[in-house]
Design a protein. Sequence first.
Length: 470
Amino acid sequence: MLDIEILNLTIVRVFCILAMQGLSFNQAYLPRMYGGSRRSGGTLEKIYTMGGRRLVGEIALSGSKNATLAILAGALLPAAGETVLTNVPRISDVQIMCDMLNRLGVKTNFIEQNTLVLDSTNLVSHEAPYELIKKMRASFSVLGPLLARFGRARVALPGGCDIGARPVDFHLKGLEQMGVTITVEHGFVEAIAPNGLVGAKIYLDFPSVGATTHLITAAALAKGTSTITNAAEEPDGISCAAFINRLGGRVEGAGTKTIQIEGVSQLTGADFWMDSDRIEAGTYAVAAAITGGDVYIRGAIEEHVEPATLKLQDSGVDVVFDRGGMRVSAPRPLKATNIKASPHPGFPTDLQPPFAAMLTLADGASVITETVYERRFKYIDELARMGADLKTEGNIAVITGVERLTGAPVAGSDLRATAALILAGLAAQGKSEISGLQYLDRGYEKFAEKLLGVGAELWRADESSEAGRK
Ligand code: EPZ
């Protein structure tokens, strides 16, 4: 069937579903930005799925959430000139980061849906308040750039979250090695570097993505050269380094275990294009696989998604790349496979939950080992409510494939867990209702719309509304 026919069929299908529910497209499918899953009046928004449909068609990826957040912290550095970021995902985490930057004096303006202009010439504060840091851990990374601009900073410590304690000791140790005096009291980091930051040799005990990107931005304006060894190799770090270099910085070795940053005296605003989101790409690839579908994922970058697509192929899924993206199809029953979530180029921990959902329907037993976070299996109990057969012991989950999943009410506990439960709902028999959209909206732009566009039967509604009760 020609693409245009698929597109027309999908549009007709969308409006038929809407007509049945008496809802406008915007009303039903445009998610509330900034975590608005609890509508005014306290009712709860959910995504509802009727499983069984093969997903067929094309999905266009948005820009990378995690690279964007690291780069937004780095956008504090230029003392002159505007920065224009294109292909920025419109998700609540990005909005929270913009709110943080505004509080510090950065002008931010979306001149188009996904094009963000920033001007950090006139910063007004070196203090990052707890009420914003607690909303989103990545905003802690404004600490280094604030030190680079002011010589001092006061930033609230981020809390933990549902997948782990998530300390920031690697960040603080690296800054101390760069000459920063740090005291932690009353939940705040007080940091001073009266003579500015100085280049240092920094060793990370663990290849932390956040610590790597944070220290790259901190070192960019330091006196002298810094080296980060045992650095994270994730594409997010490559993007962050490329951005700093666009501003006039001198970063080499990003994407490898050893990164060298030669400090410069000033950085100036520049234009920068955000790469596509590799975790979003893997999520929609699983959506195609779990429904036995055939989906073209536009914008997928092969070397970014390879750790996940190789595992899909292990499971009997066909993945074919071309210049514009990748085609994922699952014409055969899925096969069990083993996964070890570990730092890049290992299998990405953020795709562990979606892959687990897929493996609940694979022939045989799969073993998932999580080596990055201490508790990233909370969603397992929710999958079990849908009839999946899985057991966990510490950081290991054993999944025995079953014939079918059955729809059920389930609750997402973090961003990737909620996405995984929705994917399971697309394959389950009957209706599922998934809560936790305040997490989903943090990291996936137009998640429901994109799935709807390839034929999923799903809708987003208040549980108290007619659509929620149907
Ligand atoms: C980034 O988190 C991502 N978030 C995470 O994605 C991702 O899961 C993670 O990297 C690993 O790939 C963003 O980029 C905004 P880490 P980050 O520092 O930087 C421990 C998603 O769903 N650690 O690489 O916080 C830490 O506790 C999110 O998009 C320390 O002990 O991750 C964890 O166990 C979830 N001390 C491990 O290292 C530190 O100072 C990896 O953390 C820092 C980290």
